[in-house]
Structure formats: structure tokens, C-alpha cells
Design a protein. Structure first.
Length: 122
């Protein structure tokens, strides 16, 4: 809305400044613009549009705030779950090493990146 009205004002200003009709035509355009701005119907409509935009802006702001809060709550819940899962895995590993066993989560030192690849032949 802002862009459109700014564009129209710019277009009108360009026409007025670039018009070759002289001072008389310029004065007609200025008078027409002034009478349009001073028209009670236009003023009322402008006030209503401004009020509608303000209400819409408030609604969007409130909705965005709610969404941000929901996203923050969801992220906190996921972080809590991840923390609990990590603590649970760590506790299992401690329990296994304390009883003399090896934790099942240990990683093999041989991997595809170390160069040992299965050949597919028995």
C-alpha cells in the first residue's frame, strides 16, 4: 500500500514537473490535488485505511509473538529430551564399564574410511 501510494505521488509529481502546459496547467493540477486532499470523504477513507492498517499490524505482531513463543517452547522441549537421552546413554556406558564389561556404544576402529573394504569373495 505504501509503495503504491508513493508511486502514484511520484508519478503525479513527475507529470507536474515535466508538464509543458505551463503555469496555468500546473496551477490546475495543484488546485485539484488540494481539493482532493481536503475532501471529507477522502479524509474519512484515509483515516479508515490507516486504522485498518494499524489493527492489522497489531494482529500480525501478536500472531508472530505467539508463534515465536511456541517455537521457543518446542525447542526447549526437544533440547530437554536430547539432554535426557544423552544422560541415559552416558549412564548405561558407566554402568557397563563399572561392572567390567565394555559399553555397546564403543565404535570399531576399522571403518570404510580406513581402507579396509569387503571384497565380496569368501
Amino acid at each position: 500500500m505504501k509503495f503504491r501510494s508513493g508511486f502514484l505521488v511520484g508519478l503525479g509529481a513527475g507529470y507536474v514537473l515535466g508538464a509543458k502546459a505551463g503555469q496555468e496547467r500546473y496551477q490546475q493540477i495543484v488546485d485539484a490535488t488540494k481539493s482532493l486532499r481536503e475532501n471529507p470523504g477522502v479524509q474519512r477513507l484515509t483515516g479508515e485505511v490507516n486504522q485498518t492498517v494499524a489493527v492489522g499490524k497489531d494482529r500480525v505482531s501478536e500472531a508472530a509473538s505467539r508463534r515465536v513463543e511456541q517455537a521457543g517452547d518446542a525447542a526447549a522441549a526437544q533440547a530437554s529430551k536430547a539432554k535426557d537421552a544423552a544422560a541415559s546413554i552416558g549412564k548405561k556406558a558407566e554402568d557397563k564399564t563399572a561392572t567390567g564389561g565394555t559399553p555397546s556404544e564403543t565404535v570399531s576402529t576399522t571403518s570404510a574410511s580406513s581402507g579396509s573394504r569387503p571384497t565380496g569373495k569368501p
